[in-house]
Design a protein around this ligand. Sequence first.
Ligand SMILES: C[S@@+](CC[C@H](N)C(=O)[O-])C[C@H]1O[C@@H](n2cnc3c(N)ncnc32)[C@H](O)[C@@H]1O
Ligand SMILES: [Zn+2]
Length: 169
Amino acid sequence: MPHLTGLRVTHSAIHGYGVITTRRFAKGELVLEGDGVLYREDDEFDDTYALVLPGWGADGGDDPDAPSVYYDLIDQTRWINHSCDPNTEIDSRYDHERGALRAWWVATRDLEVGEELTYDYAFVGALAQPCACGAPTCRGLIVDDDPEELAAVPEELRGHLRVAAGRAA
Ligand SMILES: C[S@@+](CC[C@H](N)C(=O)[O-])C[C@H]1O[C@@H](n2cnc3c(N)ncnc32)[C@H](O)[C@@H]1O
Ligand SMILES: [Zn+2]
């Protein structure tokens, strides 16, 4: 497992362990790449540390209706917490020739030493969890801010929401 340059895994003010910076990063800079193992939507595995990504279809093509794939993070990137006002953005590409996925995080603003790295997990409504990110714009739940997903938040979690959510159709 490659060591994270300029980053350290430690106790987090948000939840459990998190990843903090040990050097400054500039807005737009590549902060780190993640390594993981791919699972299909119907595979059985612990998805706590997995990214949910769009599928690529049976032939490996970019079929928008293909089932999601899960990228179970196996390096230190698995400790990056969620924020509703994140300081990194994740991107991913499937390299069809190599048959491998690349996932990477880019700084969305200048980062000072000691800042905790975060990105927006944007969970679907059905999988929403209470959020402790502490941002003034916290949505109250770890959930995608798409109105359809907000409307799909289970009844028992709706009291946590700090943004308007319609009713599921
Ligand atoms: C990929 S892990 C992140 C590492 C985690 N802090 C740990 O120590 O295991 C994702 C889990 O961390 C927790 N988590 C991450 N961000 C959070 C947040 N903003 N508020 C509350 N819990 C959070 C949730 O339990 C989530 O399912
Ligand atoms: Zn939040």
